[in-house]
Unconditional design. Structure first.
Length: 233
């Protein structure tokens, strides 16, 4: 099975070729270490851990003055000199990281840089299943989830949300996820607009789905005009 991905601007693209049978495994883990939080500006990051031999990438220049080195940039922290972090030099998408002193010849790829259709394949194959079990790793700030060796193909859908994330936060203090979709087409059929709203409630109560506005929200026509008051000195 092949997993495709890339950066937001399209200059960086990659493919992960996962063999049907192999002695090695793909792994998905969360990293909420302080180093990861600083570099990626996120409370935690989901990574796909695969052997280097499965990973293939290339770059595409959009203008004549763009080079491979300017498109794919590498950052090395002075506090972690063996860790290589790669990102797009134009849109800034975080792509991958690896350690030169790692015991296994592997690379870690951000799940967010993998295309949505291929993430659905991982979900259908049982890789993106989160049961909340913590890893027995020596590092308390890491949680690893072992992946299966084989993955079942799935037909891509128009679902635009990260369903694996929704399954992660479901029935947790992060709240429940509510999604609403809609659309509109012009009379001549030349313009079509689609919209989607995702709402995460902070509390544990179920979010009503009857379409009614909450008490704290009022339409423009329902807003009462304030009374004028005379200012006296």
């Amino acid at each position: 099975m092949d997993l495709h991905g890339g950066c937001a601007c399209g200059r960086n693209v990659f493919v992960v070729e996962i063999p049907e049978t192999s002695d090695q495994q793909a792994r998905i883990f969360f990293d909420n270490s302080s180093s990861s939080r600083r570099h990626l500006a996120s409370p935690f990051t989901a990574w796909l851990h695969v052997p280097f031999a499965w990973f293939h990438s290339t770059t595409f220049a959009f203008f004549p003055d763009e080079t491979h080195r300017s498109i794919r940039r590498t950052f090395v922290s002075p506090f972690e000199t063996t860790l290589r972090r790669q990102f797009c030099g134009y849109c800034g998408t975080q792509l991958s990281q690896w350690r030169e002193d790692a015991r296994d010849d592997s690379i870690q790829i951000t799940l967010g840089s993998i295309f949505e259709e291929d993430l659905e394949q991982l979900e259908q194959g049982g890789v993106l299943r989160f049961d909340g079990a913590e890893s027995d790793s020596d590092d308390p700030e890491r949680m690893e989830i072992e992946a299966a060796r084989r993955f079942a193909p799935v037909v891509g859908t128009r679902h635009r949300g990260a369903s694996w994330y929704e399954s992660l936060v479901r029935d947790t203090p992060l709240g429940q996820v509510r999604r609403q979709k809609g659309g509109h087409m012009s009379h001549d059929g030349s313009v079509e607009v689609e919209w989607e709203v995702v709402e995460v409630s902070a509390g544990g109560d179920d979010v009503e789905d009857d379409g009614e506005a909450t008490p704290g929200k009022r339409k423009i026509g329902e807003v009462e005009e304030p009374e004028d008051h005379e200012m006296r000195s």
